[in-house]
Design a protein around this ligand. Structure first.
Ligand code: OOG
Ligand code: MG
Length: 256
């Protein structure tokens, strides 16, 4: 048996993210299982934590058809969010810190109670303290934004940054809210929250199940991103990006 060197691959993907330099796909060089890939992700995030970053939540990936089609991977994945990835609403990012960043429209949950394992949508919502419009900034560390399932999992599901708008109390029916991604005032992606597993709450249910498989749990105070409702758009210097979610408001940032 050829065992992948988890720690070496974690160091490689961590350096690629830190230096914003694209690398070759891992799976072109070796076989990696999904379990291997989550181990690499955990080890690479541990390197960030050793540098002082704090885990503030998790992101779900590939929870909509539009996203699966865009990247050619059709399994739901997850990744970790750290405090260093948080971009202030109305703030800016610097293009130099990214390889080839993209933005996508999301919904964020603020957790008021822990959540883990098999839960119903009602139980999941009962653990939610707030909901907000969000933008995720994804930036695959692999060349040409091209990857197989194990690659993207090892790469923290491409997560690179996130912007969260104002929190609302969790009373709103999230099943079919209009979502728009605007660049410089023009709508470039239009969709519905229904695209996210039929209802973003199902993404939270999946998040609880998947993190439990890794022996963890969603912590109170965490932010959980449910996954994009539409395809992502490639960012360029000078872009002003805004996501609006019906009834919830907006989140925005600009690219320097
Ligand atoms: C993978 C991450 C997908 C989402 O919201 O579906 C994701 C990628 O597109 O690079 O974050
Ligand atoms: Mg996303």
């Amino acid at each position: 048996m050829n065992h992948p060197n988890i720690q070496n691959l974690a160091v490689t993907i961590d350096a690629a993210a830190r230096d914003a330099v694209a690398i070759d796909q891992f799976t072109e060089q070796q076989r990696l299982t999904v379990d291997d890939a989550y181990e690499i992700q955990a080890a690479s995030i541990a390197l960030r934590q050793a540098r002082g970053e704090k885990i503030v939540g998790m992101k779900m990936g590939l929870t909509s058809r539009a996203k699966m089609a865009q990247v050619g991977v059709d399994s739901v994945t997850w990744g970790r969010l750290s405090d260093a990835m948080l971009v202030t609403d109305g703030g800016s990012i610097c293009m130099n810190n990214f390889v080839h960043p993209r933005a996508e429209p999301e919904i964020a949950f603020l957790m008021g109670a822990p959540l883990s394992g098999r839960v119903t949508p009602v139980e999941a919502m009962a653990a939610v303290a707030g909901v907000a419009p969000a933008v995720e900034i994804i930036d695959s560390r692999f060349q040409n934004f091209k990857f197989a399932l194990a690659d993207v999992i090892a790469d923290n599901s491409s997560s690179s940054g996130f912007v969260v708008g104002s929190w609302s109390a969790p009373g709103t029916d999230l099943s079919n809210l209009a979502m728009t991604l605007l660049r410089n005032g023009r709508a470039e992606q239009i969709g519905s929250s229904a695209a996210i597993l039929g209802n973003p709450v199902r993404s939270l249910v999946e998040a609880a199940r998947m993190i439990a498989e890794s022996g963890g749990r969603i912590e109170p105070g965490w932010i959980v991103l449910a996954g994009a409702a539409t395809a992502a758009i490639a960012l360029a210097e000078g872009d002003s990006i805004k996501v609006t979610v019906e009834s919830l408001g907006s989140a925005s940032f600009s690219v320097d």
